[in-house]
Design a protein around this ligand. Structure first.
Ligand code: SF4
Ligand code: SF4
Length: 267
């Protein structure tokens, strides 16, 4: 067997997304060269490799299912891959575009586009796991270089990594950051958000936006009550939980509980 044939064949696909998560692969710098010693990219448009229907050992998929084309493409990607890994908030929970699930998408289409009849879209934006079997999920908006490295390292050992579900507060405390809830009364989502970003926002004195989705056992209701106690009005509490992962069940429950007028009601 030739050396090239012994490499793990990899494809990186995209549905509805901003492509930010794919950049984490390119942002690896020198580590990308090491990765190329063990993997062969068959399809990775951002790196100039194009073979969308290649059958591969491992496929990463970015983006949410937001259009009929997304749905069709997702089925093809699943059929062509032995292992399928969803990457980023869009793929794992529907992403920012899942805000449409809380409203009437037709109202938004008519309000935004002069010719809404040209827009072919589904009524919802949903995670890929709602449509096909997924073997592993990498959460984040965007995912990080470290997540990819850890995942590939585990894979080379012949196993999938354990999902990282620890609360961001744990990571934040280990870094000895000053808590922005205690010192600034800032509505930080760290107590219910999974770790993985390095507590980036609290490190710079900002409240966590929840980019990495819900942690293990998220007590979102209590945190939402705390935000209310900090002085946020109901709509602001809802917006904190809706920003990136509005379709994630724990966050969605708080959005629905605290949101005021819906777009449909405004109309
Ligand atoms: S998860 Fe965030 S960074 Fe990744 S594709 Fe979606 S919007 Fe872009
Ligand atoms: S700043 Fe946020 S993430 Fe850090 S300890 Fe406080 S609540 Fe937790």
């Amino acid at each position: 067997m030739s050396k090239a044939k012994s490499k793990v064949t990899v494809a990186i696909h995209k549905l509805t997304s901003c492509s930010g998560c794919q950049l984490a692969f390119l942002n690896q710098g020198k580590a990308l060269l090491s990765l190329l010693e063990i993997v062969e990219f068959k399809h990775f448009i951002e790196a100039g490799v194009y073979e969308p229907d290649a059958k591969v050992d491992l496929a990463f998929i970015e983006g949410s299912v937001s259009t009929p084309e997304d749905l069709k493409r997702l089925q093809e990607v699943r059929n062509n891959a032995k292992l399928l890994v969803s990457i980023g908030a869009c793929a794992t929970s529907g992403g920012v575009q899942a805000l449409r699930n809380l409203a009437d998408g037709d109202v938004w289409k008519r309000g935004v586009y002069p010719h809404p009849e040209f827009i072919a879209t589904l009524d919802t934006s949903t995670p890929v796991a709602e449509h096909v079997k997924i073997d592993f999920e990498l959460w984040g908006c965007p995912i990080t270089v470290q997540q990819i490295r850890h995942f590939v390292q585990q894979l080379t050992l012949g196993t999938l990594p354990q999902p990282e579900m620890e609360k961001l507060c744990m990571e934040c405390k280990r870094q000895q950051n000053v808590c922005v809830v205690v010192t600034r009364q800032a509505p930080c989502l760290g107590p219910v958000t999974r770790t993985g970003c390095g507590a980036l926002c609290p490190e710079f004195g900002k409240a966590c936006y929840g980019c990495f989705g819900a942690s293990e056992q998220p007590n979102a209701r209590s945190l939402a009550n705390r935000f209310s106690g900090l002085g946020l009005v109901s709509e602001e509490v809802a917006q904190r939980f809706a920003a990136i992962h509005s379709h994630e069940p724990a966050f969605k429950a708080q959005v629905e509980h605290w949101q005021g007028l819906s777009v449909r009601e405004i109309e």
